[in-house]
Design a protein around this ligand. Structure first.
Ligand SMILES: Cc1ncc(C[n+]2csc(CCOP(=O)(O)OP(=O)(O)O)c2C)c(N)n1
Ligand SMILES: [Mg+2]
Length: 580
Protein backbone atom coordinates (compact mmCIF):
# COMPACT_ATOMS: atom_id res chain seq x y z
CA UNK A 1 0.00 0.00 0.00
CA UNK A 2 1.28 3.47 -0.86
CA UNK A 3 2.30 5.61 2.07
CA UNK A 4 -0.36 8.18 2.89
CA UNK A 5 0.68 11.47 4.45
CA UNK A 6 -0.91 14.83 4.99
CA UNK A 7 -0.22 17.85 2.82
CA UNK A 8 1.72 19.79 5.40
CA UNK A 9 4.21 16.97 5.81
CA UNK A 10 5.22 17.25 2.17
CA UNK A 11 8.25 19.52 1.66
CA UNK A 12 7.18 20.46 -1.85
CA UNK A 13 6.13 23.60 -3.65
CA UNK A 14 2.50 24.17 -4.47
CA UNK A 15 3.26 23.76 -8.15
CA UNK A 16 4.88 20.37 -7.57
CA UNK A 17 1.94 19.24 -5.56
CA UNK A 18 -0.68 20.14 -8.10
CA UNK A 19 1.24 18.29 -10.79
CA UNK A 20 2.14 15.16 -8.93
CA UNK A 21 -0.25 14.69 -6.08
CA UNK A 22 -3.79 13.66 -5.61
CA UNK A 23 -5.87 13.31 -2.49
CA UNK A 24 -8.82 11.50 -1.00
CA UNK A 25 -11.36 13.99 -2.37
CA UNK A 26 -10.14 13.55 -5.94
CA UNK A 27 -9.72 9.80 -5.70
CA UNK A 28 -13.33 9.32 -4.56
CA UNK A 29 -14.54 11.44 -7.46
CA UNK A 30 -12.25 9.71 -9.97
CA UNK A 31 -13.31 6.27 -8.73
CA UNK A 32 -17.01 7.11 -9.10
CA UNK A 33 -16.52 8.62 -12.56
CA UNK A 34 -14.40 5.72 -13.77
CA UNK A 35 -17.33 3.45 -12.96
CA UNK A 36 -19.96 5.58 -14.60
CA UNK A 37 -21.53 6.81 -11.36
CA UNK A 38 -22.41 10.29 -12.52
CA UNK A 39 -25.09 11.38 -10.06
CA UNK A 40 -24.96 11.92 -6.30
CA UNK A 41 -27.99 12.60 -4.09
CA UNK A 42 -27.20 14.09 -0.71
CA UNK A 43 -27.02 16.87 1.85
CA UNK A 44 -23.75 18.80 2.37
CA UNK A 45 -21.93 19.52 5.64
CA UNK A 46 -18.76 18.52 7.54
CA UNK A 47 -16.82 16.56 6.30
CA UNK A 48 -18.24 16.17 2.78
CA UNK A 49 -19.11 19.74 1.67
CA UNK A 50 -16.00 20.09 -0.46
CA UNK A 51 -16.42 16.60 -1.86
CA UNK A 52 -19.80 17.66 -3.23
CA UNK A 53 -18.39 20.90 -4.63
CA UNK A 54 -15.45 19.18 -6.27
CA UNK A 55 -17.65 16.41 -7.66
CA UNK A 56 -19.92 19.03 -9.18
CA UNK A 57 -16.91 20.83 -10.65
CA UNK A 58 -15.72 17.51 -12.09
CA UNK A 59 -18.99 17.02 -13.98
CA UNK A 60 -20.85 14.74 -11.58
CA UNK A 61 -24.46 15.77 -11.08
CA UNK A 62 -24.76 16.55 -7.36
CA UNK A 63 -28.34 17.00 -6.17
CA UNK A 64 -28.67 18.73 -2.85
CA UNK A 65 -31.74 17.77 -0.83
CA UNK A 66 -33.38 19.19 2.28
CA UNK A 67 -33.23 15.91 4.22
CA UNK A 68 -30.99 12.88 3.76
CA UNK A 69 -33.84 10.42 3.92
CA UNK A 70 -35.29 11.85 0.74
CA UNK A 71 -31.88 11.89 -0.93
CA UNK A 72 -31.54 8.24 0.08
CA UNK A 73 -34.90 7.30 -1.39
CA UNK A 74 -33.87 9.09 -4.58
CA UNK A 75 -30.63 7.09 -4.74
CA UNK A 76 -32.48 3.83 -4.04
CA UNK A 77 -34.98 4.29 -6.83
CA UNK A 78 -32.26 5.53 -9.19
CA UNK A 79 -30.67 2.12 -8.60
CA UNK A 80 -33.93 0.38 -9.47
CA UNK A 81 -34.37 2.40 -12.64
CA UNK A 82 -30.81 2.18 -13.96
CA UNK A 83 -29.34 -1.08 -12.57
CA UNK A 84 -26.38 1.03 -11.43
CA UNK A 85 -26.01 1.75 -7.71
CA UNK A 86 -27.66 5.03 -6.76
CA UNK A 87 -25.28 7.08 -4.65
CA UNK A 88 -26.34 8.98 -1.54
CA UNK A 89 -23.83 11.22 0.25
CA UNK A 90 -24.32 12.22 3.87
CA UNK A 91 -22.49 13.88 6.75
CA UNK A 92 -21.56 11.96 9.88
CA UNK A 93 -23.81 10.64 12.67
CA UNK A 94 -27.19 12.45 12.27
CA UNK A 95 -26.91 12.78 8.47
CA UNK A 96 -25.79 9.18 8.25
CA UNK A 97 -28.70 8.01 10.39
CA UNK A 98 -31.14 10.03 8.29
CA UNK A 99 -29.84 8.25 5.21
CA UNK A 100 -29.85 4.84 6.84
CA UNK A 101 -33.62 4.28 6.61
CA UNK A 102 -33.33 4.57 2.86
CA UNK A 103 -30.37 2.19 2.78
CA UNK A 104 -32.32 -0.42 4.72
CA UNK A 105 -35.30 0.19 2.44
CA UNK A 106 -33.06 -0.32 -0.61
CA UNK A 107 -31.81 -3.62 0.81
CA UNK A 108 -35.31 -4.84 1.62
CA UNK A 109 -36.47 -3.96 -1.88
CA UNK A 110 -33.34 -5.26 -3.65
CA UNK A 111 -32.41 -1.88 -5.12
CA UNK A 112 -28.69 -1.29 -5.62
CA UNK A 113 -27.59 1.73 -3.63
CA UNK A 114 -24.43 3.01 -1.98
CA UNK A 115 -24.67 5.25 1.05
CA UNK A 116 -21.38 7.13 1.27
CA UNK A 117 -21.05 8.89 4.59
CA UNK A 118 -18.33 11.00 6.05
CA UNK A 119 -17.46 10.03 9.62
CA UNK A 120 -15.49 11.46 12.51
CA UNK A 121 -11.98 10.69 13.77
CA UNK A 122 -11.57 6.95 14.31
CA UNK A 123 -9.11 7.37 17.17
CA UNK A 124 -11.53 9.54 19.11
CA UNK A 125 -14.68 7.66 18.14
CA UNK A 126 -13.25 4.31 19.16
CA UNK A 127 -12.14 5.64 22.54
CA UNK A 128 -15.55 7.33 22.92
CA UNK A 129 -13.92 10.62 23.75
CA UNK A 130 -16.75 12.73 22.44
CA UNK A 131 -15.79 13.80 18.93
CA UNK A 132 -17.91 16.06 16.75
CA UNK A 133 -20.78 13.86 15.55
CA UNK A 134 -19.24 10.82 17.14
CA UNK A 135 -20.62 7.47 16.10
CA UNK A 136 -19.32 4.05 15.09
CA UNK A 137 -21.24 4.26 11.84
CA UNK A 138 -19.84 1.09 10.29
CA UNK A 139 -21.11 -1.01 13.17
CA UNK A 140 -24.52 0.67 13.04
CA UNK A 141 -24.88 0.20 9.29
CA UNK A 142 -23.76 -3.43 9.10
CA UNK A 143 -26.94 -5.23 10.14
CA UNK A 144 -29.09 -2.98 7.95
CA UNK A 145 -27.45 -3.45 4.57
CA UNK A 146 -26.00 -6.03 2.25
CA UNK A 147 -22.38 -5.05 2.87
CA UNK A 148 -20.48 -2.31 4.70
CA UNK A 149 -16.93 -1.10 4.15
CA UNK A 150 -14.63 1.54 5.59
CA UNK A 151 -11.65 3.06 3.81
CA UNK A 152 -8.77 4.35 5.95
CA UNK A 153 -6.09 5.00 3.34
CA UNK A 154 -6.37 7.10 0.19
CA UNK A 155 -4.67 4.35 -1.78
CA UNK A 156 -7.58 2.02 -0.93
CA UNK A 157 -10.35 4.31 -2.20
CA UNK A 158 -10.36 2.66 -5.63
CA UNK A 159 -10.80 -0.79 -4.13
CA UNK A 160 -13.35 0.45 -1.60
CA UNK A 161 -15.55 2.00 -4.27
CA UNK A 162 -15.18 -1.08 -6.49
CA UNK A 163 -16.20 -3.41 -3.67
CA UNK A 164 -19.19 -1.23 -2.88
CA UNK A 165 -20.36 -1.24 -6.50
CA UNK A 166 -19.98 -4.98 -6.93
CA UNK A 167 -21.68 -5.75 -3.63
CA UNK A 168 -24.60 -3.48 -4.52
CA UNK A 169 -25.41 -4.83 -7.99
CA UNK A 170 -24.24 -8.46 -8.11
CA UNK A 171 -26.46 -11.37 -7.15
CA UNK A 172 -29.53 -9.99 -5.40
CA UNK A 173 -29.00 -6.22 -5.43
CA UNK A 174 -29.12 -4.22 -2.23
CA UNK A 175 -27.81 -1.35 -0.15
CA UNK A 176 -24.11 -0.94 0.64
CA UNK A 177 -22.54 1.36 3.18
CA UNK A 178 -19.20 3.03 2.48
CA UNK A 179 -17.65 4.81 5.45
CA UNK A 180 -15.16 7.57 4.64
CA UNK A 181 -13.58 9.17 7.72
CA UNK A 182 -12.92 12.91 7.52
CA UNK A 183 -9.16 12.43 7.59
CA UNK A 184 -9.23 10.36 4.43
CA UNK A 185 -10.27 13.24 2.19
CA UNK A 186 -7.16 15.30 2.85
CA UNK A 187 -4.72 12.38 2.60
CA UNK A 188 -2.29 12.97 -0.23
CA UNK A 189 -0.63 10.37 -2.42
CA UNK A 190 1.35 10.47 -5.61
CA UNK A 191 -1.01 11.17 -8.48
CA UNK A 192 0.36 8.37 -10.60
CA UNK A 193 0.00 5.83 -7.81
CA UNK A 194 -3.46 7.22 -7.19
CA UNK A 195 -4.47 6.68 -10.78
CA UNK A 196 -3.16 3.12 -10.71
CA UNK A 197 -5.07 2.42 -7.51
CA UNK A 198 -8.43 3.00 -9.18
CA UNK A 199 -10.45 -0.06 -10.16
CA UNK A 200 -12.91 -0.28 -13.00
CA UNK A 201 -15.42 -2.93 -12.08
CA UNK A 202 -15.60 -5.40 -14.96
CA UNK A 203 -18.95 -7.15 -15.37
CA UNK A 204 -20.35 -5.90 -12.03
CA UNK A 205 -23.47 -8.09 -12.15
CA UNK A 206 -22.36 -11.33 -13.82
CA UNK A 207 -25.08 -13.48 -15.38
CA UNK A 208 -26.21 -16.43 -13.28
CA UNK A 209 -27.12 -19.11 -15.80
CA UNK A 210 -29.69 -21.59 -14.44
CA UNK A 211 -28.81 -25.28 -14.45
CA UNK A 212 -30.29 -27.15 -17.45
CA UNK A 213 -32.00 -29.78 -15.27
CA UNK A 214 -33.64 -27.01 -13.23
CA UNK A 215 -34.94 -25.46 -16.45
CA UNK A 216 -36.33 -28.83 -17.58
CA UNK A 217 -37.98 -29.40 -14.20
CA UNK A 218 -39.60 -25.98 -14.38
CA UNK A 219 -40.97 -26.62 -17.86
CA UNK A 220 -42.27 -30.06 -16.87
CA UNK A 221 -44.18 -28.54 -13.96
CA UNK A 222 -45.54 -25.74 -16.15
CA UNK A 223 -46.62 -28.22 -18.83
CA UNK A 224 -48.50 -30.27 -16.23
CA UNK A 225 -50.71 -27.32 -15.25
CA UNK A 226 -54.44 -27.16 -15.84
CA UNK A 227 -54.76 -23.65 -14.36
CA UNK A 228 -51.37 -21.94 -14.58
CA UNK A 229 -50.55 -18.44 -13.43
CA UNK A 230 -47.49 -16.21 -13.85
CA UNK A 231 -46.70 -13.66 -11.12
CA UNK A 232 -44.37 -10.83 -12.10
CA UNK A 233 -42.55 -9.06 -9.28
CA UNK A 234 -40.53 -5.88 -9.25
CA UNK A 235 -37.42 -8.01 -9.69
CA UNK A 236 -38.74 -8.77 -13.16
CA UNK A 237 -39.08 -5.04 -13.81
CA UNK A 238 -35.58 -4.41 -12.46
CA UNK A 239 -34.08 -7.05 -14.77
CA UNK A 240 -34.82 -5.00 -17.90
CA UNK A 241 -35.50 -8.25 -19.76
CA UNK A 242 -38.77 -6.72 -20.97
CA UNK A 243 -38.94 -8.25 -24.44
CA UNK A 244 -38.07 -11.78 -23.27
CA UNK A 245 -40.61 -11.63 -20.43
CA UNK A 246 -43.32 -10.43 -22.79
CA UNK A 247 -42.48 -13.24 -25.23
CA UNK A 248 -42.57 -15.83 -22.44
CA UNK A 249 -45.96 -14.66 -21.21
CA UNK A 250 -47.46 -14.51 -24.70
CA UNK A 251 -45.95 -17.75 -25.93
CA UNK A 252 -47.19 -19.59 -22.84
CA UNK A 253 -50.65 -18.05 -23.04
CA UNK A 254 -50.72 -18.09 -19.23
CA UNK A 255 -52.63 -15.36 -17.33
CA UNK A 256 -50.23 -13.03 -15.52
CA UNK A 257 -50.57 -11.06 -12.31
CA UNK A 258 -48.23 -8.07 -11.95
CA UNK A 259 -47.14 -6.99 -8.50
CA UNK A 260 -47.41 -3.26 -7.94
CA UNK A 261 -44.11 -2.13 -9.48
CA UNK A 262 -44.19 -4.82 -12.18
CA UNK A 263 -47.32 -3.25 -13.64
CA UNK A 264 -46.62 -2.17 -17.19
CA UNK A 265 -44.05 -4.87 -17.98
CA UNK A 266 -46.93 -5.94 -20.15
CA UNK A 267 -49.76 -3.39 -20.31
CA UNK A 268 -52.46 -3.78 -17.67
CA UNK A 269 -54.87 -3.81 -20.63
CA UNK A 270 -53.20 -6.92 -22.12
CA UNK A 271 -55.74 -9.72 -22.72
CA UNK A 272 -53.76 -12.08 -20.46
CA UNK A 273 -53.55 -9.61 -17.56
CA UNK A 274 -55.26 -11.00 -14.47
CA UNK A 275 -54.80 -7.88 -12.32
CA UNK A 276 -58.56 -7.38 -12.07
CA UNK A 277 -59.11 -11.08 -11.29
CA UNK A 278 -56.51 -11.34 -8.53
CA UNK A 279 -58.51 -13.26 -5.99
CA UNK A 280 -59.70 -15.78 -8.60
CA UNK A 281 -56.24 -16.57 -9.95
CA UNK A 282 -54.62 -16.85 -6.53
CA UNK A 283 -57.36 -19.11 -5.28
CA UNK A 284 -57.91 -21.36 -8.28
CA UNK A 285 -54.54 -21.68 -10.02
CA UNK A 286 -52.69 -25.00 -9.73
CA UNK A 287 -49.22 -24.03 -10.96
CA UNK A 288 -47.68 -20.64 -10.26
CA UNK A 289 -44.57 -19.38 -12.04
CA UNK A 290 -43.03 -16.59 -9.94
CA UNK A 291 -40.66 -14.27 -11.77
CA UNK A 292 -38.75 -11.89 -9.50
CA UNK A 293 -41.52 -11.88 -6.90
CA UNK A 294 -41.24 -13.17 -3.34
CA UNK A 295 -43.83 -15.10 -1.35
CA UNK A 296 -43.80 -12.50 1.45
CA UNK A 297 -46.74 -10.78 3.16
CA UNK A 298 -47.73 -9.07 -0.08
CA UNK A 299 -48.66 -12.51 -1.42
CA UNK A 300 -49.98 -13.85 1.90
CA UNK A 301 -46.84 -16.02 2.20
CA UNK A 302 -48.12 -18.35 -0.52
CA UNK A 303 -50.71 -19.99 1.77
CA UNK A 304 -53.93 -19.47 3.66
CA UNK A 305 -57.39 -18.54 2.49
CA UNK A 306 -56.31 -16.18 -0.30
CA UNK A 307 -54.61 -19.13 -1.96
CA UNK A 308 -57.65 -21.41 -1.74
CA UNK A 309 -57.91 -25.14 -1.17
CA UNK A 310 -56.50 -26.33 -4.51
CA UNK A 311 -52.97 -27.72 -4.09
CA UNK A 312 -50.34 -25.51 -5.73
CA UNK A 313 -47.04 -26.15 -7.33
CA UNK A 314 -44.65 -23.22 -7.43
CA UNK A 315 -41.95 -22.58 -9.99
CA UNK A 316 -39.76 -19.84 -8.60
CA UNK A 317 -37.23 -17.75 -10.52
CA UNK A 318 -34.89 -15.81 -8.24
CA UNK A 319 -31.17 -15.09 -8.18
CA UNK A 320 -31.02 -15.75 -4.43
CA UNK A 321 -31.06 -19.48 -3.61
CA UNK A 322 -32.15 -18.79 -0.02
CA UNK A 323 -35.42 -17.39 -1.34
CA UNK A 324 -36.53 -20.90 -2.32
CA UNK A 325 -38.86 -22.62 0.19
CA UNK A 326 -38.93 -19.42 2.28
CA UNK A 327 -42.61 -19.91 3.01
CA UNK A 328 -43.85 -22.97 1.12
CA UNK A 329 -42.31 -25.83 -0.81
CA UNK A 330 -41.04 -24.80 -4.23
CA UNK A 331 -41.61 -27.63 -6.70
CA UNK A 332 -39.23 -26.17 -9.28
CA UNK A 333 -36.61 -23.73 -8.03
CA UNK A 334 -34.93 -21.87 -10.87
CA UNK A 335 -31.96 -20.03 -9.49
CA UNK A 336 -30.37 -17.51 -11.79
CA UNK A 337 -30.72 -14.01 -13.10
CA UNK A 338 -34.11 -13.30 -14.58
CA UNK A 339 -32.89 -12.54 -18.10
CA UNK A 340 -30.96 -15.84 -18.30
CA UNK A 341 -33.76 -17.89 -16.72
CA UNK A 342 -36.45 -16.50 -18.98
CA UNK A 343 -34.24 -17.00 -22.04
CA UNK A 344 -33.59 -20.62 -21.02
CA UNK A 345 -37.30 -21.28 -20.50
CA UNK A 346 -38.10 -19.78 -23.89
CA UNK A 347 -35.55 -21.96 -25.56
CA UNK A 348 -36.84 -25.07 -23.82
CA UNK A 349 -40.45 -24.27 -24.78
CA UNK A 350 -39.66 -24.60 -28.46
CA UNK A 351 -42.04 -23.34 -31.11
CA UNK A 352 -45.31 -25.12 -30.34
CA UNK A 353 -45.83 -24.90 -26.62
CA UNK A 354 -49.47 -25.78 -25.84
CA UNK A 355 -51.73 -23.01 -24.57
CA UNK A 356 -53.44 -23.54 -21.19
CA UNK A 357 -56.95 -25.05 -21.27
CA UNK A 358 -59.44 -22.49 -22.63
CA UNK A 359 -61.76 -23.23 -19.72
CA UNK A 360 -59.22 -21.64 -17.37
CA UNK A 361 -58.26 -18.65 -19.49
CA UNK A 362 -61.92 -17.93 -20.22
CA UNK A 363 -62.77 -18.09 -16.53
CA UNK A 364 -60.00 -15.61 -15.75
CA UNK A 365 -60.91 -13.17 -18.51
CA UNK A 366 -64.61 -13.45 -17.63
CA UNK A 367 -63.90 -12.51 -14.02
CA UNK A 368 -61.63 -9.71 -15.09
CA UNK A 369 -64.23 -8.18 -17.44
CA UNK A 370 -66.88 -8.49 -14.75
CA UNK A 371 -64.74 -6.65 -12.18
CA UNK A 372 -63.67 -3.95 -14.63
CA UNK A 373 -67.30 -3.34 -15.61
CA UNK A 374 -68.28 -3.13 -11.94
CA UNK A 375 -65.70 -0.45 -11.25
CA UNK A 376 -66.25 1.62 -14.42
CA UNK A 377 -69.20 3.78 -13.31
CA UNK A 378 -67.50 4.71 -10.03
CA UNK A 379 -64.53 6.09 -11.96
CA UNK A 380 -66.71 8.45 -13.94
CA UNK A 381 -68.37 10.39 -11.13
CA UNK A 382 -67.68 14.12 -10.98
CA UNK A 383 -68.55 14.55 -7.29
CA UNK A 384 -67.33 17.47 -5.20
CA UNK A 385 -65.76 16.95 -2.75
CA UNK A 386 -64.18 14.15 -4.71
CA UNK A 387 -64.10 10.53 -3.63
CA UNK A 388 -61.04 8.40 -4.42
CA UNK A 389 -62.60 6.72 -7.43
CA UNK A 390 -63.71 9.95 -9.08
CA UNK A 391 -60.30 11.58 -8.65
CA UNK A 392 -58.42 8.44 -9.69
CA UNK A 393 -60.67 7.97 -12.71
CA UNK A 394 -59.44 11.33 -13.99
CA UNK A 395 -55.79 10.46 -13.33
CA UNK A 396 -56.24 7.06 -14.96
CA UNK A 397 -57.17 8.86 -18.19
CA UNK A 398 -54.08 11.07 -17.90
CA UNK A 399 -51.79 8.01 -17.79
CA UNK A 400 -53.71 6.34 -20.60
CA UNK A 401 -53.16 9.41 -22.76
CA UNK A 402 -49.54 9.92 -21.66
CA UNK A 403 -48.19 6.44 -20.85
CA UNK A 404 -44.55 7.55 -20.70
CA UNK A 405 -45.32 9.53 -17.56
CA UNK A 406 -43.77 7.96 -14.48
CA UNK A 407 -46.30 7.48 -11.73
CA UNK A 408 -45.04 7.81 -8.16
CA UNK A 409 -47.58 6.76 -5.56
CA UNK A 410 -47.83 6.60 -1.77
CA UNK A 411 -50.43 6.81 0.97
CA UNK A 412 -52.90 4.23 2.29
CA UNK A 413 -56.20 4.60 0.41
CA UNK A 414 -54.40 6.85 -2.06
CA UNK A 415 -51.95 4.02 -2.74
CA UNK A 416 -54.18 0.97 -2.67
CA UNK A 417 -56.92 2.44 -4.79
CA UNK A 418 -54.58 4.07 -7.32
CA UNK A 419 -52.78 0.74 -7.77
CA UNK A 420 -56.03 -0.91 -8.74
CA UNK A 421 -57.52 1.91 -10.79
CA UNK A 422 -54.64 3.31 -12.84
CA UNK A 423 -53.50 1.11 -15.71
CA UNK A 424 -49.80 1.20 -16.51
CA UNK A 425 -48.69 0.57 -20.06
CA UNK A 426 -44.90 0.49 -20.03
CA UNK A 427 -42.18 -1.09 -17.85
CA UNK A 428 -40.88 0.76 -14.77
CA UNK A 429 -43.49 3.51 -14.99
CA UNK A 430 -44.97 2.87 -11.57
CA UNK A 431 -42.85 3.52 -8.46
CA UNK A 432 -44.30 3.15 -5.01
CA UNK A 433 -43.75 2.30 -1.37
CA UNK A 434 -42.27 -1.16 -1.98
CA UNK A 435 -42.04 -4.09 0.39
CA UNK A 436 -42.26 -2.13 3.63
CA UNK A 437 -45.12 0.14 2.61
CA UNK A 438 -43.02 3.05 3.79
CA UNK A 439 -44.39 6.61 3.76
CA UNK A 440 -42.15 9.43 2.56
CA UNK A 441 -40.55 7.90 -0.51
CA UNK A 442 -42.60 10.07 -2.87
CA UNK A 443 -40.56 13.23 -3.39
CA UNK A 444 -37.18 11.45 -3.49
CA UNK A 445 -38.54 8.99 -6.03
CA UNK A 446 -40.15 11.74 -8.10
CA UNK A 447 -36.92 13.72 -8.22
CA UNK A 448 -34.77 10.73 -9.19
CA UNK A 449 -37.30 9.49 -11.73
CA UNK A 450 -37.38 12.88 -13.48
CA UNK A 451 -33.62 13.15 -13.39
CA UNK A 452 -32.65 9.63 -14.40
CA UNK A 453 -35.20 9.21 -17.18
CA UNK A 454 -35.98 12.72 -18.45
CA UNK A 455 -39.68 11.75 -18.39
CA UNK A 456 -42.54 13.65 -16.84
CA UNK A 457 -43.49 12.52 -13.33
CA UNK A 458 -46.93 12.42 -11.73
CA UNK A 459 -46.74 11.89 -7.97
CA UNK A 460 -50.04 10.87 -6.37
CA UNK A 461 -49.62 11.43 -2.64
CA UNK A 462 -51.80 10.94 0.40
CA UNK A 463 -51.72 14.10 2.51
CA UNK A 464 -50.01 12.19 5.30
CA UNK A 465 -47.51 10.54 2.96
CA UNK A 466 -46.65 13.90 1.43
CA UNK A 467 -45.97 15.33 4.86
CA UNK A 468 -43.01 12.98 5.33
CA UNK A 469 -41.11 14.50 2.40
CA UNK A 470 -42.99 17.67 1.41
CA UNK A 471 -40.11 20.08 1.94
CA UNK A 472 -38.45 18.63 -1.14
CA UNK A 473 -40.84 20.68 -3.27
CA UNK A 474 -38.15 23.33 -2.87
CA UNK A 475 -35.65 20.87 -4.37
CA UNK A 476 -38.04 20.18 -7.25
CA UNK A 477 -38.37 23.93 -7.91
CA UNK A 478 -34.64 24.57 -7.51
CA UNK A 479 -33.77 22.01 -10.20
CA UNK A 480 -36.88 22.94 -12.18
CA UNK A 481 -37.99 19.32 -12.59
CA UNK A 482 -41.08 18.29 -14.57
CA UNK A 483 -42.89 16.91 -11.54
CA UNK A 484 -46.62 17.28 -10.94
CA UNK A 485 -47.66 16.39 -7.40
CA UNK A 486 -51.28 15.67 -6.60
CA UNK A 487 -51.97 15.67 -2.85
CA UNK A 488 -55.09 13.66 -2.05
CA UNK A 489 -56.23 15.91 0.77
CA UNK A 490 -58.75 14.06 2.90
CA UNK A 491 -57.56 15.84 6.03
CA UNK A 492 -55.90 12.85 7.62
CA UNK A 493 -54.40 9.43 7.82
CA UNK A 494 -56.94 7.05 6.22
CA UNK A 495 -59.77 9.52 6.94
CA UNK A 496 -60.18 13.05 8.21
CA UNK A 497 -63.16 12.31 10.41
CA UNK A 498 -61.71 10.68 13.52
CA UNK A 499 -62.67 12.11 16.92
CA UNK A 500 -60.62 12.04 20.12
CA UNK A 501 -62.53 9.94 22.66
CA UNK A 502 -60.66 11.38 25.64
CA UNK A 503 -60.09 15.12 25.48
CA UNK A 504 -59.78 18.34 23.51
CA UNK A 505 -56.75 17.49 21.37
CA UNK A 506 -57.41 16.52 17.78
CA UNK A 507 -57.66 12.77 17.10
CA UNK A 508 -54.36 11.13 16.26
CA UNK A 509 -55.19 10.55 12.61
CA UNK A 510 -56.54 13.97 11.59
CA UNK A 511 -54.85 17.08 10.22
CA UNK A 512 -55.77 20.76 9.88
CA UNK A 513 -59.05 21.02 7.99
CA UNK A 514 -59.04 22.76 4.63
CA UNK A 515 -55.22 22.82 4.41
CA UNK A 516 -53.82 24.32 1.18
CA UNK A 517 -50.81 22.23 0.20
CA UNK A 518 -50.69 24.08 -3.13
CA UNK A 519 -49.41 27.18 -1.30
CA UNK A 520 -46.24 25.32 -0.32
CA UNK A 521 -45.33 24.93 -3.96
CA UNK A 522 -46.10 28.58 -4.68
CA UNK A 523 -43.69 29.62 -1.95
CA UNK A 524 -40.83 28.37 -4.10
CA UNK A 525 -42.02 29.62 -7.47
CA UNK A 526 -43.83 26.50 -8.67
CA UNK A 527 -47.48 26.40 -9.72
CA UNK A 528 -50.10 25.70 -7.06
CA UNK A 529 -53.65 24.67 -7.94
CA UNK A 530 -56.70 23.81 -5.87
CA UNK A 531 -58.87 21.15 -7.56
CA UNK A 532 -62.35 20.35 -6.28
CA UNK A 533 -63.74 18.14 -9.04
CA UNK A 534 -62.31 15.30 -11.15
CA UNK A 535 -62.71 17.45 -14.28
CA UNK A 536 -60.74 20.31 -12.72
CA UNK A 537 -58.12 17.83 -11.50
CA UNK A 538 -57.64 16.38 -14.99
CA UNK A 539 -57.33 19.84 -16.48
CA UNK A 540 -54.75 20.91 -13.93
CA UNK A 541 -52.63 17.76 -14.37
CA UNK A 542 -52.75 18.03 -18.15
CA UNK A 543 -51.59 21.64 -17.93
CA UNK A 544 -48.79 20.73 -15.51
CA UNK A 545 -47.50 17.89 -17.67
CA UNK A 546 -47.72 20.04 -20.80
CA UNK A 547 -45.75 22.87 -19.19
CA UNK A 548 -43.25 20.63 -17.42
CA UNK A 549 -43.31 23.18 -14.61
CA UNK A 550 -43.17 22.02 -10.98
CA UNK A 551 -46.80 21.91 -9.90
CA UNK A 552 -48.69 20.89 -6.79
CA UNK A 553 -52.40 20.26 -7.00
CA UNK A 554 -54.35 20.19 -3.77
CA UNK A 555 -57.08 17.65 -4.59
CA UNK A 556 -59.95 18.04 -2.13
CA UNK A 557 -61.13 14.56 -1.13
CA UNK A 558 -64.15 13.80 1.04
CA UNK A 559 -62.71 13.21 4.56
CA UNK A 560 -65.12 10.30 5.03
CA UNK A 561 -64.22 8.53 1.78
CA UNK A 562 -61.30 6.35 2.90
CA UNK A 563 -61.11 3.23 5.03
CA UNK A 564 -58.79 2.35 7.92
CA UNK A 565 -55.35 1.38 6.57
CA UNK A 566 -56.67 1.26 2.98
CA UNK A 567 -56.72 -2.39 1.83
CA UNK A 568 -54.68 -3.82 4.71
CA UNK A 569 -56.87 -2.94 7.68
CA UNK A 570 -56.88 -6.64 8.60
CA UNK A 571 -53.25 -6.29 9.75
CA UNK A 572 -54.24 -3.99 12.66
CA UNK A 573 -54.17 -5.80 16.00
CA UNK A 574 -57.49 -5.55 17.82
CA UNK A 575 -58.09 -5.00 21.50
CA UNK A 576 -60.43 -7.61 22.87
CA UNK A 577 -61.54 -5.09 25.49
CA UNK A 578 -62.81 -2.54 22.98
CA UNK A 579 -65.94 -3.08 20.92
CA UNK A 580 -65.59 -1.46 17.48
C1 LIG B 1 -42.49 5.66 7.68
C2 LIG B 1 -43.89 5.27 7.98
N1 LIG B 1 -44.51 5.80 9.06
C3 LIG B 1 -45.79 5.48 9.31
C4 LIG B 1 -46.48 4.61 8.50
C5 LIG B 1 -47.93 4.24 8.85
N2 LIG B 1 -48.82 4.72 7.78
C6 LIG B 1 -49.29 3.90 6.84
S1 LIG B 1 -50.20 4.69 5.71
C7 LIG B 1 -49.99 6.17 6.48
C8 LIG B 1 -50.57 7.44 5.94
C9 LIG B 1 -51.88 7.24 5.24
O1 LIG B 1 -52.52 8.48 5.05
P1 LIG B 1 -52.46 9.26 3.70
O2 LIG B 1 -51.08 9.24 3.14
O3 LIG B 1 -53.07 10.60 3.91
O4 LIG B 1 -53.36 8.34 2.76
P2 LIG B 1 -54.96 8.20 2.79
O5 LIG B 1 -55.30 6.83 3.26
O6 LIG B 1 -55.49 9.25 3.72
O7 LIG B 1 -55.40 8.40 1.39
C10 LIG B 1 -49.21 6.03 7.61
C11 LIG B 1 -48.83 7.15 8.53
C12 LIG B 1 -45.78 4.06 7.39
N3 LIG B 1 -46.33 3.21 6.55
N4 LIG B 1 -44.50 4.44 7.14
MG1 LIG C 1 -55.00 11.25 3.81
Amino acid sequence: MAQATTLKEQPKTAADESQELTDGFHLVIDALKLNGLDTIYGVPGIPITDLGRMAQAAGIRVLSFRHEQNAGYAAAIAGFLTKKPGVCLTVSAPGFLNGLTALAHATTNCYPMILISGSSEREIVDLQQGDYEEMDQLAVAKPLCKAAFRVLHAADIGIGVARAIRAAVSGRPGGVYLDLPAKLFGQVINADAGKKSLVKVIDPAPAHIPAPDAVKRALDVLASAARPLIILGKGAAYAQADAAIKTLVEKSGVPFLPMSMAKGLLPDTHPQCAGAARSTVLKDSDVVLMIGARLNWLLSHGKGKNWGEAPKKFIHIDIEPKEMDSNVEIAAPLVGDIGSCVAALLEGMGSNWPKPPAEWTNTVSGKREENIAKMAPRLMNNNSPMDYHGALGALRTVIKEQPDTILVNEGANTLDLARGVIDIYKPRKRLDVGTWGVMGVGMGQAIAAALETGNRVLAIEGDSAFGFCGMEVETICRYNLPVCIVVFNNGGIYRGTDVNAGGADPATTVFVKGARYDKIMEAFGGAGVQAETPDALKQAVDAALASGKPTLINAVIDPAAGSESGRIGNLNPQSVLRKK
